[in-house]
Structures are given as C-alpha cells and as structure tokens.
Design a binder for this molecule. Structure first.
Ligand SMILES: *Cc1c(COP(=O)(O)O)cnc(C)c1O
Length: 236
C-alpha cells in the first residue's frame, strides 16, 4: 500500500518539473528528479520506488547505509551522496553509492578514486561549486575549479559528470538566476577545456528555485520536502 500523500506529492513534483521544462523550451527528458530522502525512513523510499522514482539523494553516510541495507531488493535504484563529505567517510561512499555531488577538493577525490571497488562501475562525480561565497563554506571556488576538474579527470575510478551548487536563498527569481547562470557558464567552460570529458550534468534546483534552475539548464533537480514532506528540524 502506498501512502496517497506521497503519491500526490510525487505526481505534483513531476508535473512541476515538466511544466518548468516546457516553459524553458527544453525537452521533457532534459532534467530528472532526484528525490532527497535524508532523515526519511526506508519505507518511504520503498514507496517512492514503487511509484517509479529511481534516483535518491542522501546526506548522512551512516543513515544512508542503514536504509540501503533494508532496500537491497529494489532493482534499479540509484544512490546519490549529496551531503558534505569528510575524508574519513569516503570509503563508505565509494563502496555504497553510484554518484557523489559534493566533491570539492582533491584529497577527497583521490580517496574516492583509490577506494572505489574494482567490481563496481566508476563513481559518477559532480564537483560542488561555491556560487555564493558569503553564505557557504563548502564548494570549490570558481578560480580553483578547472584545476580540480583536471585532477579528477585523471582519476580512472571516477567519472566527472558535472557541477553541483547550493546557492544562498534569494527572494526574487532574477536574483536566483545569477548564481545558477554562473554555474552553467562554468560547466560550458569546462566542456570547452575538456571536450572528451562526459560533462553532461548540472545538479541545481531545489524546492525554492526549481524553475530558475531549469531555465538555466539544470539536468538534475534535488527535491526533498516537496516529495517527502517537512523534515523534523530539531534533528537536523
Ligand atoms: C536537503 C537537500 C536538498 C533538498 O532540500 P529540500 O528543501 O528539502 O527540497 C537538496 N540538495 C541538498 C544538497 C540538500 O542537502
């Protein structure tokens, strides 16, 4: 039995993304929905999977591993690690995730590369960029991005797919678009600089700025609350 609330919110989220793509004049399959399931129980992920959702984002390694153990039977599920990544947590991420969005320094990339099991496909990687430097401490700066990209491209167990950002909140849509546009331009520059790299991903757009992100070329939008409901903020 699936929860009608979850079903409704997933349908609404899909419609919202479809509308945003149509408004941007982009193909219906130009961006996908990443369901951010942090703090939510494994049962909710199972229900979303039953409703056709395949890609899930998690922020906390230990919590994610527990849920993954309960959900090993779900075929085709794709796990994205999107939270801050400390060097001492890289092994678990290298062994248990398909994607990492939050690589922002060479040391972490190097460890993920060394720790990615041979039996698995290379780890899909996005570099997290600090697009609004006042607000956030995570993310590589635009100035250091090309150097980090070059280093990651030399690591055979990682596949550099693109860029991710968490912009500071902005009230009006025009303001929202500025950092997103800069992220898009940074990806375009990397594509020119490294034409053979599989750089096809812009991980940007959350509940508050999905439409702006889709206008600026997002290919993977990360929705948590809009799909699974509010999180218990006393916990995180
Ligand atoms: C929690 C989180 C999201 C989802 O945020 P919501 O406001 O719940 O939609 C997206 N991206 C990252 C990196 C997050 O940590």
């Amino acid at each position: 039995m699936t929860d009608p609330m979850l079903s409704n919110s997933l349908v609404s989220a899909r419609r919202r993304l479809a509308d945003a793509l149509a408004a941007a004049g982009r193909p219906a399959d130009a961006a996908r929905l990443l369901a951010v399931s942090k703090t939510k129980p494994a049962d909710m992920i199972r229900e979303a999977w039953q409703l056709g959702q395949r890609e899930f984002g998690e922020n906390y390694v230990q919590e994610a591993l527990e849920k993954q153990r309960e959900l090993v039977d779900l075929e085709g599920i794709v796990w994205h690690f999107i939270g801050p990544l400390q060097a001492n947590k890289t092994r678990a991420v290298a062994e248990h995730f398909d994607w990492v969005h939050s690589v922002d320094r060479e040391k972490v990339a190097r460890r993920l590369n060394d720790q990615r099991p041979e039996a698995l496909a290379p780890l899909e990687v996005c570099l997290q960029v600090n697009v609004s430097d006042e607000a956030s401490k995570s993310g590589v700066s635009f100035d250091e991005l090309e150097e980090l990209a070059e280093a990651v491209l030399s690591m055979p167990r990682l596949r550099l797919r693109g860029l991710m950002a968490i912009p500071a909140p902005a009230a009006d849509p025009a303001r929202q678009r500025e950092p997103l546009a800069r992220l898009r331009q940074a990806l375009e520059s990397l594509r020119e600089r490294f034409p053979d790299a599989p750089l096809d991903t812009l991980s940007m757009g959350m509940s508050d700025d999905l439409e702006a992100a889709v206008l600026e070329g997002a290919t993977l939008v990360r929705l948590g609350t809009a799909i699974f409901g509010a999180r218990n903020t006393s916990r995180r």
